[in-house]
Design a protein around this ligand. Structure first.
Ligand code: 5CA
Length: 438
């Protein structure tokens, strides 16, 4: 993509409305624009990141055996009356009336809808267990939307739902999902810590939140420093791996401040005690029969008896992750994208636009890297191009100037470390491609 003709409206000034780094940088790097309070348009570079994050989430959900589907954003109020949550949800729910005076709402989550779908489709215990998910926009009329996409009103969520015949099955799916989440976040290049948490609006008594550590986080958190190292997580979902992972992660102590347990905290060695702030990028819940019973979803069991499935639900804030990752990965100059989710693998800087040799090299690089290359082909000073590339934060910069070009050399810069080296175009490309794939 050529910068001169792309909708990446970067800003030199710091936008006054943005209080935290990620919000400022998302506006300055031209990733999003606010359309109404807590409602954002995703511009091309922002959408690329959002899609890459969603794709990693999708692959890891598929790998743990969840089936992708897609439920609508608009739901009927009657569905929510069945569970009793239509009134309980309060003002955070955006309520809509259609032309026939029928009451609808913009879904803040989908427990009711998925329970109704399963109730219709599954009559026998033989049809369970089932785990399904979708990646869909949600709306919550937050009192104070703030920090850009971190607390929006419209936001993209991955929500998964599990249905099991008994507690053991539900607990297995809960632990499996926790492992899938840790693999998901690790692939994005971030460390997220699973913490015991309250269940709030969703209900139930077992829940973990996943937090990225950042001083601007909205939640106070307590954790064991062991979590900072990011263990190897393997790939399979055999029972032994799930058990070992869950044991290792729940034997250390980590909790949000609502769940802070003084006795458990006392058992963590002093040198490993950490207190800080976290951004919640995901939350998982086990809530048993809360929805299956209230909504009358029973299946016929092996002996003809009626069984109400045990349920769990599992959310990841896909759009929130974009802001949260920037909050954890930036410096004075701009964003530092992890390789796996950067909008482009490479920023290509032509330091003398219109020079036959630099133009030719850049055209060649652009052809070979395709969609992963953002080519700064503007008639701009070198300094302006450097600043813009650092702001946007793509992991590699290939810098093509007339002196190097005459000797077939380019400069390669790694955004995260600032490390620069001069090398042949072939060597630079090999490095960029191998690193990104490896
Ligand atoms: N039904 C359950 C699990 S699917 C549920 O709704 N869980 S949740 O309320 O915890 O939301 C899941 C994730 O969505 C959160 O962990 C958070 O990362 C994200 N999220 C929640 N509210 C917002 C918001 N206002 N803006 C951006 N992301 C949000």
């Amino acid at each position: 993509m050529r910068l001169s003709h792309s909708l990446i409206p970067t800003l030199k000034e710091t936008p006054a409305e943005a209080q935290i780094a990620s919000h400022r940088l998302m506006l300055r790097a031209g990733l999003v624009r606010q359309m109404a309070s807590g409602i954002y348009a995703w511009l091309p570079a922002g959408l690329k990141v959002l899609n890459k994050i969603a794709e990693i989430v999708r692959q890891e959900q598929d790998a743990c055996g969840a089936q992708e589907m897609l439920m609508p954003t608009i739901q009927s109020a009657d569905l929510w009356r069945e569970s009793g949550r239509y009134d309980a949800y309060g003002k955070e729910m955006l309520r809509i009336t259609d032309r026939h005076e029928r009451e609808l709402l913009f879904g803040p989550t989908n427990e009711e809808m998925i329970t109704a779908i399963l109730r219709d489709a599954t009559k026998s215990y033989r049809g369970l267990p089932q785990v399904v998910y979708h990646i869909q926009w949600k709306f919550r009329d937050e009192v104070r939307p703030r920090f850009g996409v971190l607390r929006g009103r419209e936001f993209l969520m991955k929500d998964a739902y599990s249905f099991d015949l008994d507690y053991e099955g539900a607990y297995l799916n809960y632990r499996k999902m926790m492992l899938a989440y840790m693999r998901t976040f690790q692939r994005m290049g971030i460390t997220a810590i699973p913490m015991r948490a309250d269940t709030g609006q969703i209900g139930g008594d077992l829940s973990h939140e996943f937090h990225i550590l950042a001083p601007t986080g909205e939640s106070g958190v307590f954790y064991d420093s062991d979590f900072e190292s990011g263990d190897a997580l393997g790939t399979g979902y055999d029972l032994a791996s799930i058990d070992a992972f869950y044991q290792a992660n729940t034997s250390k102590y980590a909790a949000t401040d609502e769940k802070h347990d003084v006795a458990a905290w006392a058992r963590v060695p002093d040198a490993r005690k950490r207190e800080g702030r976290g951004i919640e990028v995901g939350q998982i819940f086990y809530f048993g029969k809360k929805y299956s019973e209230s909504m009358g979803f029973g299946v016929v069991g092996p002996d003809g008896e009626k069984l109400f499935p045990e349920m769990g639900s599992y959310g990841i804030g896909v759009s929130r992750l974009v802001g949260a990752i920037i909050e954890a990965k930036h410096d004075e100059a701009g964003i530092i994208w992890p390789d796996a989710i950067a909008p482009f693998r490479v920023s290509l800087l032509n330091l003398r636009q219109g020079d036959a040799s630099t133009d030719a090299i850049c055209a060649d690089v652009e052809n070979r890297l395709g969609a992963e290359c953002l080519y700064d082909d503007r008639e701009e000073r070198a300094g302006a191009k450097f600043a813009e590339a650092d702001l946007m934060g793509n992991p590699w910069q290939i810098i093509v100037g007339p002196r190097g070009a005459a000797n077939g050399q380019v400069e390669l810069k790694r955004r995260a470390t600032g490390e620069r080296s001069e090398l042949s175009l072939e060597d630079a490309l090999a490095k960029v491609i191998n690193k990104a794939l490896g």
